[in-house]
Design a protein around this ligand. Structure first.
Ligand code: NAD
Length: 382
């Protein structure tokens, strides 16, 4: 079985790599042959020699690698050109952005690729070590606070000096999922006073255990959907929430937003008016920039200044910490790979919840109902 680790396309600006040598070395078996595209690890400071030393063959010819692999491991979704380079029947494990780009899934099905989407790993304890959304979100949450601290014209910690006392910065984290909790922990370590809000009241204790205050709003409606994710809320609940949040935002030096609803545009939590209500010099880091942003004035991929407030809209923070991001992602991918391969072939047991949820295309078919719905393909009710 030939397992390929590809070099991420330069124009995508992706510095992570899907498998690192240390993780690969632990997977090597007599029938598993690892092929690594030349320079694949460069963005993560891993040389071709490091991969050779771990037992891989380094391949300089892209077409040869893409065309001969049985399994392709990637980070960013493949381009249409890359899909054309794959042999029908190849398995692909990668982030695929299936709900935002269902046409990509359609193209993979048309090419007869058996594709596994890392976004669709179930959020269960059994699949925890494959959960790339969590491993990468933790990195984003950490880095968001560092960006905010660097952009803020103030200290984060309280300081008592001969020249006077500095008050600690106030940080407000909106959305206390994996990224938000890491942001809270990081801001606390830097000495800030931290408040947090989430539509799911269940996170209150986690927020408090990290030393932050939980902002409570009684919404009188269910806010949690299947799988522990947030649900879209009613207009009345949104208005009530906005009023409380506007006040908290105005009091904050830094706002970090991480609120997302899977498959939907991110909810607007910070309106332009709320931004204008902040003190000049304040900073917002919008981790939902990729999904349209939690802040109304966010410009994805850019840092902007709005009435003296800096709004940072990063679109791929994990890639800015490629060494650890690749290490964690590699572990997620390796665990899934070991789970899928039995007796030197793919073991596609669709009765298994992890295989069933993650495999988006097989045998020319799209296997995910939400992707089908997004493409207006009729969903069979069994
Ligand atoms: P996410 O990235 O989809 O969303 C981030 C946070 O934003 C969530 O906490 C969500 O509740 C919140 N949010 C959404 N809309 C909001 C709004 N209008 N206002 C305020 N907050 C809003 O979520 P995630 O971090 O990927 O994971 C969410 C949850 O999934 C986790 O906290 C956990 O409960 C569950 N999870 C379980 C496992 C596991 O069991 N292995 C692993 C990871 C996550």
């Amino acid at each position: 079985m030939k397992i390929a680790i590809t070099r991420e396309a330069i124009e995508v600006g992706e510095r992570r790599v899907a498998l690192i040598p240390a993780t690969m070395a632990r997977l090597v078996q007599p029938d598993w042959h690892f092929l690594v595209e030349a320079h694949a690890g460069e963005g993560s400071y891993i040389s071709d020699q490091d991969y050779s030393d771990a037992g891989a063959a380094v391949v300089a010819d892209r077409a040869e690698l893409w065309g001969h692999a049985d399994v392709i491991l990637k980070v960013a979704p493949p381009s249409r050109d890359e899909i054309e380079q794959m042999r029908p029947g190849t398995a692909l494990i990668s982030f695929l952005n299936p709900l935002a780009d269902p046409e990509l899934i359609q193209a993979l099905a048309a090419r007869q690729i058996t594709a596994f989407s890392m976004e669709l790993i179930p959020r269960t304890s059994r699949a925890q070590s494959m959960d790339a959304l969590s491993s990468q979100a933790g990195i984003a949450g950490y880095k968001a606070v560092l960006l905010a601290a660097a952009a803020l014209p103030k200290f984060f910690p309280m300081l008592t000096t001969a020249a006077g006392t500095i008050r600690p910065a106030k940080v407000f984290v909106m959305g206390a999922g994996v990224a938000g909790l890491q942001a809270i922990a990081t801001a606390r370590r830097l000495g800030a006073i931290v408040e947090a809000f989430d539509i799911r009241p269940a996170v209150k204790e986690e927020v408090q255990s990290l030393g932050a205050k939980f902002v409570e709003i009684d919404l009188e409606e269910d806010t949690v959907a299947e799988g522990g994710y947030a649900k879209e809320v009613s207009e009345a609940a949104r208005a009530k929430t906005q009023a409380v949040l506007a006040e908290r935002i105005a009091q904050s030096d830094v706002v970090i937003t991480t609120a997302q609803v899977p498959g939907k545009r991110a909810p607007i939590l910070v309106t332009a008016e709320m931004v204008a209500g902040m003190e000049p010099g304040s900073v917002i880091v919008d981790l939902a920039a990729n999904q349209g942003g939690n802040c109304e004035v966010t410009d994805p991929g850019k840092d902007i200044n709005y009435h003296g407030i800096t709004i940072i809209g990063p679109t791929n923070l994990p890639s800015s910490m490629p060494v650890h991001a690749s290490q964690l992602y590699a572990k997620n991918v390796a665990t899934l790979l070991q789970y899928l391969i039995k007796d030197n072939g793919l073991n596609l047991d669709f009765e298994d919840d992890i295989v069933d949820a993650t495999c988006v295309t097989h045998g020319g078919e799209i296997r995910n109902d939400r992707v089908k719905a997004a493409l207006n393909i009729e969903v069979q009710v069994s």
